[in-house]
Design a binder for this molecule. Sequence first.
Ligand code: ATR
Length: 264
Amino acid sequence: MKNFLVIGNPIEHSFSPKLHNHWIKKNNIKATYKKLEANLDDLKNIIDDVREERLDGVNVTVPFKNEIIKHLDELSEESRKSLSVNTIYKVNNKVVGHNTDITGFELAIRYTKYDIQNREILILGAGGVVSSIIIALQNLKVSKIRLMNRTAEKAKKLKERFSEIEILNWGESCKFDMAINATSLGLNKVDNINLNYEETGEEKFFYDVIYNPIETEFLKKAKKNFHRTENGKMMFIYQAHLSFTLWHKVMPEINDEVINLISK
Ligand code: ATR
């Protein structure tokens, strides 16, 4: 029996166990996938469990995607570029950190069939997942990335690593074709983002990394103003799919049953 884990804090709302255990069962794999609410002090022991093969793989979520790096032996190119790890495994006696959020986001955008090349993108937020989104957008050849964050210092830090992005003040209006909410605003139903939806022009694309709730205020308001909207469910499914394939060497199916699992 192989053992897998997702760690984060908070973790109770994570859909990862539901999705991974569904695919484990469908593919007759002998494995368990559990969730663990971890603290900073636990990270070293969790990686030791991978090193000593008590654990076969770990998914990492907010707020440890960066903090976990110092405990690992090796990083994939994607993790090095993004300074973010969401998938851990052991290979050739080394505990390796990988990032499947970058490709997960790219595939999710391709899934929407939105013609993103040469578009101008506005990112709201500067948290753990944003470096992955920036790299994915660059791979997708967007023409401009603008970013704003409540705490200006964190946006400035990203600008030091990705010099070509433009930083705006939180709440400042600007031109964009696609706006991405990468803040945690919207996890609570009452959260609101101060964007002027009427003045953004017509037929913009509003993407929210959040998938639970299915429709945040950010997306609801955009829809009301006749913009296109999409939540983060396919990004979540694709990043999980990439982890699963890496660990089990089996490509699980993404079908309506799987998509419905995440929409509840
Ligand atoms: P972390 O910052 O630890 O990586 P995250 O969930 O990945 O955590 O990121 C949270 C994001 O949501 C940040 O961009 C955060 O802004 P700050 O950097 O200013 O904290 C943003 N966020 C959370 N609550 C917010 C609020 N009430 N208003 C605006 N932005 C908020």
